[in-house]
Ligand binder design. Sequence first.
Ligand SMILES: CC(C)(COP(=O)(O)OP(=O)(O)OC[C@H]1O[C@@H](n2cnc3c(N)ncnc32)[C@H](O)[C@@H]1OP(=O)(O)O)[C@@H](O)C(=O)NCCC(=O)NCCS
Length: 184
Amino acid sequence: MAGADAAVTEPALVIRTMRPDEVATVSALIVRTLRETNAKHYSSQEIESLVAGFMPDAYPRRVRGRHTLVAERGGTIVGTAALGQERINTVFVSPDEQGRGIGAALMEAVEQLARSAGWTVAQLNASRTAVGFYGRLGYVVAHDGEVGPNTIRMRKPLQAPDPTPANPQGRLPASHGGTAPVDC
Ligand SMILES: CC(C)(COP(=O)(O)OP(=O)(O)OC[C@H]1O[C@@H](n2cnc3c(N)ncnc32)[C@H](O)[C@@H]1OP(=O)(O)O)[C@@H](O)C(=O)NCCC(=O)NCCS
């Protein structure tokens, strides 16, 4: 039989901007990930309160003003991350696909967007679930620490884009002093 010993090649991972017709798919991915992955670190009440903000009726409002990326493999969306006005938001990888470098690839892409926008420091509000992940990528807990009951502010310096900085002055994202509930 031809090709019996041929290696099975996995489709390449593509990181790209989310299309408007993909909002419902990404909403479903986030909701599932909250219920399956984040549920290990939050109460069911906290999870369902979070889920409400990512359901198809609410999520489109959340993505306005953000540059949302998706990770796609073989035509399936397997993760997402976004660059907001103040911080990196909404980093989620499908439970079936975690631990395969997709989160790190999304973070690299979203940090590149931040550099291109002139940011010299990336900041985010980490879920309890993801503090170790962001730490692995070089983020450290900020001195202003916990910003809500269940999120932890983390930051990482970004190197200027090469060869010419988009904004030679550099820019810090605006500070977020709120005490919002979990808003990754
Ligand atoms: C956090 C999350 C995005 C990570 O995505 P992922 O695709 O599984 O991560 P990766 O496989 O790219 O991991 C990159 C590195 O981080 C490490 N890592 C991943 N999750 C980790 C964790 N919870 N604690 C410590 N290290 C972790 C990996 O081992 C890997 O390290 P390596 O480079 O030494 O191999 C994913 O687990 C997720 O969607 N979690 C639930 C949603 C969430 O909480 N998102 C953050 C909102 S603030």
